[in-house]
Structures are given as structure tokens and as C-alpha cells.
Design a binder for this molecule. Structure first.
Ligand SMILES: Cc1ncc(COP(=O)(O)O)c(C=O)c1O
Length: 423
């Protein structure tokens, strides 16, 4: 091996963790279990049929650490892990902030967001079982892109149901998924009975994530495919812990300590993956979960058992929720429109260990602009929410010497239309 390649892979393999971290045993109270959402069939049994067995095991395990198979660690390196942790000195200067600001950049992965961290693992376990393929829903397309690439790596066909309105608004995302050999259809589609029924009633139905989930599950059952879980569920949260474990290691190598951690929340996977590994040994670190003020799940939602998907196919979970029938406004950040949040994160918010923040669309746009013109990174609109909280915190604590670390969950190079023509 060339000495340079050897050095790079040695450095990488020291930073990419060997085990994923599962927060369940470290929660301040036992996690309320999922429960069946309907009387006439068991949605918990359904999970047995649509998830790879290893994913199902990880869903319900109480083990704190799970070994990352060597094959997955190798793929993590292929898709750009470890992702960089960068000190945002230009931003600090622009804000006149006395402390330090670091950002973990998940936009540096090959698909441009954190979603690939769990997609790789789920596709690997599905391929090991020798199934026919994988299927999922996608909104704005980040999750669909990650699913398509992961499936392509493990030579599995991927059937992706993309919310029809996003399919129309974001044609470039379809191109990305096709390049990764994914099959993409606008949902509702005529590939499933559920989709055909909706199209019969309303041929121009714009689609929802709930409909996409139901179509993907029906497709998985009919074709011996496995369903890929984007977020919310524990296995996806656990796989995303590579973000936080790498960040801890990188801070340690720099001799730094995180005083404040900030991330954005859709279903909670990038946030949980980034922050949960700090919980056991960083009791004094302040942690902020940012949502859009138009999807105020933590301040206006209630902590209760609720449906994960609007069709009620998946089990109910105890979580902060605005109600599965909540119709979110069309905010820039498609990935933050989900009505609920992961049960483990919800429990930690309810216990007071993690605080929440809400930012509005103007703050997000301004934060994205400031981040672009200081650090040069065009962040995803979802990540813009976390950056907005970071700017707010730095301005309010200007003269304090704290180290802030923000997770920038993806790049926004396919979302530039949000800026319009008036920059
Ligand atoms: C770039 C990016 N960040 C954040 C999210 C929110 O999802 P999660 O809360 O599961 O990380 C999404 C979801 O689509 C996303 O694409």
C-alpha cells in the first residue's frame, strides 16, 4: 500500500468508531415500549416481516454498544467518514464571539447528508438475508438518495416512493437517485393497491410521507423487499451515533471540551446521533434541539402515544407529537416537517436534560447566508435551523468563553431555489 494511502486509512480508522452507541440503557427512565396502533392486526408483528432481523434486534436491545461489522466500517470510509470537524473561525470573528465554534460537517458524505450512515447499515443487513430488494419513502429526497446509494453498493434493487409534490419540485433529486440506480416513482403511485385507490379518488393527489410509508410497506410485503427506516426508530438513532462518537474523538484530539451542542430535529436521527454519545460523560454540557417554529412539536405538541405514520400501519410510540394528521406548512426544510420525534429524544426533552429551541424561516435564511459567506458552506435548510440557534446563542453569550459545537447535517446545493433571486 502506498504510504500516503496507508496513513490516511490509519488516521480514518482511528476516528471511525468500532461500536455504535445505543442510548436506551442511559435514559433517565425506562423507555415506554411501542404498542399496536389498531385492533385488527399487529403492527409490531408487521415489523418482523418488513425489517431485516438484525435491525429488529437493534430496535429492541438494551445493550449500550453494538459492534459495527467490519464491512460497514469499510463502507463508512468509502462514503467519506470520518466527516470533518472544523473550527468556524471566520464565523467567530464575524459575530465577535469570544469563545469557539466548531461544526461537524455531515454534508461531506458522498450523498451530502447524514442519512447514508444508517442507509449503509440497513442495506447491508438486508443484503445478508438475501432479500429481493429494499424500499422506502422520501420527501425532499435526501433519504431516498442515501437508500439508493446504499442499495447500489450491496447490489440490491431499490424502490423509492417520493412524495408527488417534491417529485415535481425537485427533479434533480430524482436524477441523483437514478444515478445511484434507484427506481423512483411519485407517490401516490400505481405500483400499490393503496396508491391506486388514492389515485382513483384524486388523480392529482400531492402525496404525503404517510402515504409513501404505506406504499413502501405494501411493496415490501408483496415483493419480499425490506423496508428502510429513515429516522425516529431506535436502530436508525443508534447507527447515527457515528456522528457524535467521531466528534468526541476529534474534540479529544484537539484538547477541546464541548460546552454546548446544537442540532436540528426532524424525526431526531442526526440530532440523537450527534448528541447522545455525550450524555454519559458530559453531564454539564448544554444541549439544544432546534425545530422550525412552524412545526413546534416540543413547545405545542404533547408527550403521548401517537401514530408514527398517518395511515397507522406502524406501531404507536410515546413521543412529542403534533398529531399524525398535522398538516405541516411548506417550510423550506422538507426534512423538519415530521409531526413527531424519536421516543428516546422525546423522553430526554420531557426530563429536561435536553432543551429545545424554535427558529423562524427568516432566521434560518439569514443563518444560511451568514454561514455561506463566512465559512463557504452552503448548508441544507434543515441544518440552517441548528446554525440559527448557534448564532442566537453566540450573540446572547458574546463575552463568554464557551465552546459551541453544531451539527451541520447536510449540504444545501440542491436546495438553492429557497433563496430566490433577491440575494
Ligand atoms: C439534511 C437533513 N438534516 C436533517 C433532517 C432531519 O431528519 P432527522 O431529524 O432524522 O435527522 C433531514 C431529513 O430529511 C435532512 O435531510
Amino acid at each position: 500500500m502506498h504510504i500516503y494511502t496507508y496513513m490516511i486509512s490509519t488516521i480514518n480508522s482511528e476516528i471511525i468508531p468500532e461500536k455504535w452507541y445505543n442510548v436506551i440503557p442511559d435514559l433517565p427512565e425506562p423507555l415506554p415500549p411501542p404498542r399496536d396502533s389498531k385492533n385488527d392486526f399487529s403492527s409490531i408483528e408487521l415489523l418482523n416481516k418488513i425489517l431485516p432481523k438484525e435491525i429488529l434486534k437493534q430496535e429492541f436491545t438494551f445493550r449500550r454498544y453494538e459492534k459495527i461489522p467490519d464491512e460497514i466500517r469499510e463502507q463508512y470510509e468509502q462514503i467519506g467518514r470520518p466527516t470533518p470537524l472544523i473550527r468556524a473561525k471566520n464565523l467567530e470573528k464575524a459575530l465577535g464571539y469570544k469563545g469557539k465554534i466548531f461544526y461537524k460537517y455531515e454534508g461531506a458524505t458522498s450523498t451530502g447528508s447524514h442519512k447514508i450512515n444508517t442507509a449503509i447499515a440497513q442495506a447491508y443487513y438486508a443484503a445478508e438475508e438475501g432479500v429481493n430488494g429494499v424500499t422506502t419513502e422520501t420527501g425532499a429526497g435526501q433519504w431516498g438518495s442515501a437508500t439508493a446509494l446504499a442499495a447500489s453498493i450491496y447490489k440490491l434493487p431499490a424502490q423509492i416512493f417520493m412524495v408527488r409534490i417534491s417529485f415535481k419540485q425537485k427533479p434533480l433529486r430524482k436524477t441523483v437517485m437514478n444515478l445511484y440506480r434507484g427506481n423512483v416513482v411519485p407517490s401516490p403511485s400505481n405500483l400499490t393497491e393503496y396508491g391506486r385507490k388514492i389515485l382513483e379518488e384524486k388523480p392529482d393527489h400531492p402525496g404525503t410521507l404517510g402515504i409513501g410509508i404505506s406504499e413502501a410497506i405494501e411493496y415490501a410485503l408483496d415483493h419480499d423487499y425490506r423496508y428502510m427506516v429513515a429516522s425516529v426508530m431506535n436502530s436508525a438513532m443508534t447507527h447515527q451515533s457515528v456522528i457524535g462518537l467521531e466528534t468526541k474523538k476529534q474534540l479529544e484530539l484537539l484538547g477541546e471540551h464541548a460546552d454546548v451542542l446544537i442540532g436540528c430535529v426532524g424525526g431526531g436521527s442526526n440530532f440523537g446521533g450527534f448528541t447522545f454519545p455525550f450524555l454519559p460523560d458530559h453531564p454539564d454540557t448544554e444541549i439544544f434541539a432546534t425545530t422550525a417554529d412552524e412545526v413546534p412539536k416540543f413547545s405545542k405538541g404533547s408527550y403521548k402515544y401517537d401514530l408514527m405514520d398517518s395511515a397507522g400501519v406502524l406501531p404507536e410510540m410515546r413521543m412529542y407529537s403534533l398529531g399524525a394528521d398535522f398538516v405541516p406548512p411548506t417550510i423550506y426544510a422538507g426534512g423538519l416537517r415530521y409531526h413527531g420525534a424519536s421516543p428516546s429524544l422525546s423522553l430526554l426533552i420531557n426530563s429536561g436534560r435536553i432543551k429545545s429551541d424554535e427558529v423562524n424561516q427568516n432566521e434560518v435564511k439569514e443563518a444560511l447566508k451568514t454561514f455561506a459567506n463566512t465559512q463557504g458552506i452552503i448548508a441544507a435548510p434543515e441544518s440552517g435551523h441548528a446554525i440559527a440557534t448557534t448564532l442566537k446563542y453566540a450573540k446572547q453569550h458574546k463575552d463568554e468563553n464557551k465552546t459551541l459545537v453544531v451539527n451541520v447535517s447536510g449540504h444545501g446545493l440542491l436546495d438553492l431555489s429557497i433563496f430566490g433571486d433577491n440575494l
